[in-house]
Design a binder for this molecule. Structure first.
Ligand code: ADP
Ligand code: MG
Length: 205
């Protein structure tokens, strides 16, 4: 895993489509801003060239698995160099909507070895201080995004999301907190904010 100094905080929100990641991220950003902390929010895939290719491939025709994995790594290398490390250097709280755990889970559900995906990414990507894994039944998350009846794109079929969920839950890292995402947006956000505060105070005192 990439060693870095003690500057900034890298906080990641993970979970299947519709689990509530973007909603939690907005709450956490507001929570930090209210407390006067510098916060930088971003997401993966990014809006860069590689990230845009990944989004396109999700909506019209998947790339082969290996090509997809390579693109995620290219996109993430750029993200780390251009946004994540500079943000941490500035002592910001960097809040990410998805990170390499999503690659392990989603591309793992497509047949990649999740352990190998983690190894490849942890060779260059900074280790998060906290991963909030929003966990719920994919039937619920698909209902939330109005995609329960099928017709969802290749990232969002029910069976695939069940495999994605299983892989997410199988990843063992000391900084992962599994959050029950089935509650109200306010209750889920409150649990996440408490974990964030715990993480910040563990280092800041
Ligand atoms: P994700 O980013 O994980 O795909 P979103 O945050 O976009 O999920 O949420 C998906 C949909 O579900 C949105 O319409 C959002 O308003 C709604 N939503 C988010 N969190 C909850 C929750 N805890 N309970 C009910 N609906 C939620
Ligand atoms: Mg989202």
């Amino acid at each position: 895993m990439t060693e870095r100094g003690t500057k900034g905080f890298l906080i990641v929100v993970e979970g299947v489509d519709g689990a509530g990641k973007s909603t939690v991220l907005r709450h956490l950003a507001a929570h930090c801003e209210t407390r006067g902390r510098m916060v930088i929010t971003s997401r993966e895939p990014t809006n860069g060239l590689h990230g845009r290719r990944l989004r396109e491939s999700a909506s019209r025709g998947r790339l082969p698995l290996d090509a997809e994995l390579d693109l995620f790594v290219l996109d993430r290398r750029e993200h780390v160099a251009e946004l994540i490390l500079p943000g941490l250097e500035r002592d910001a709280v960097v809040l990410l909507d998805r990170y390499y755990f999503s690659t392990a889970a989603y591309q793992g559900a497509r047949g990649a070895d999740p352990v190998e995906v983690l190894r490849r990414n942890e060779a260059f990507a900074p280790e998060p201080d906290l991963v909030l894994l929003l966990d719920c039944e994919p039937t619920l998350s698909l209902e939330r995004i109005g995609a329960r009846g099928g017709g969802a794109d290749a990232f969002e079929g029910l069976e695939a999301l069940e495999a994605v969920r299983r892989i997410f839950l199988s990843i063992q890292r000391p900084f992962i907190r599994v959050v029950d995402a089935s509650g109200t947006p306010e209750s889920v956000a409150a649990v996440c904010a408490a974990y964030l505060e715990e993480t910040l105070s563990a280092r800041l005192g």
